[in-house]
Design a binder for this molecule. Sequence first.
Ligand SMILES: C[S@@+](CC[C@H](N)C(=O)[O-])C[C@H]1O[C@@H](n2cnc3c(N)ncnc32)[C@H](O)[C@@H]1O
Length: 293
Amino acid sequence: MSQGPDNRRDAAAAAAHPADIEEIELELFVHAMRRRFGYDFSGYATASLRRRVNALCQHAGVGRVVDLLPRLLDESDFLRQALRFLSVPVSELFRDPEVFARLRADFLPELASYPRINIWQAGCAHGEEVYTMAILLKELGLYDRCRIYATDFNDQALDRAREGIFPAAQVPRYTDNYLQSGGQGSLADYYHARYDFIRMDRALLDNVIFANHNLVTDGVFAETHLVMCRNVLIYFARPLQHQVLALFSDSLVRRGLMVLGTRETIARAPVSELFETLDAGARIFRRTARAEV
Ligand SMILES: C[S@@+](CC[C@H](N)C(=O)[O-])C[C@H]1O[C@@H](n2cnc3c(N)ncnc32)[C@H](O)[C@@H]1O
């Protein structure tokens, strides 16, 4: 007896691979995040996104990604929990100190020719890089003419960044980083120690503006002289990386600087020809004078 269309459909459904089902569930999750909250993860790298959504499942006590959907759809504050797992706000003070050593010695002093310097730190997590940059600029005598726009798409991370409280256990590592970056004083000059945490000096935030900004859906920061976005593009698939690099390119003044994470590249991006590489290892680039791609 020949198989009818219904039988064939049933057989295909029965044969569906668990990996396909997982993929469908992940797509449904991404769709729900976008429709319900406007957060678009469709351009993120799938493997790491899946790992983080699975961690969210564990946290939420559900066995399958699809079981997250009622929580996402019905509980308005579930977004905060979801972002906590999806955003990975991991950082440190003077992370990759050789990058800050290069900026300190060779590239930030160039910015002194501008009467006012706009710096955009995108994906600022809990603010470690913001305090790092503020210290660097203070030691170079440039802080007073700077505005640092520190952005992230995670409001909880931004709240933590504003507080500037970090575990005291990290101090030896941070101090080491600071000294390796060419720090001119003592890191202890920039924080107050309290029990098992430190609080960064409030004066470091005098010229800092924290703002929620989503690199996927929000627009440019005009007239930026330095954009720093490290360890964010690694979470994106290539087309989204290229889209975000174009956003940075459009935000920068001619000869503005761009700093990426040490595992991130502009090599194959359409905007790559608009940048010259200043330090390949430290991933420091300069926007050239050309206007068009
Ligand atoms: C690993 S942290 C990087 C922290 C810091 N830049 C560093 O390199 O140490 C990645 C940050 O990117 C943020 N992020 C991820 N996707 C984003 C998006 N679409 N728009 C803005 N921020 C995003 C996350 O919330 C997280 O705080």
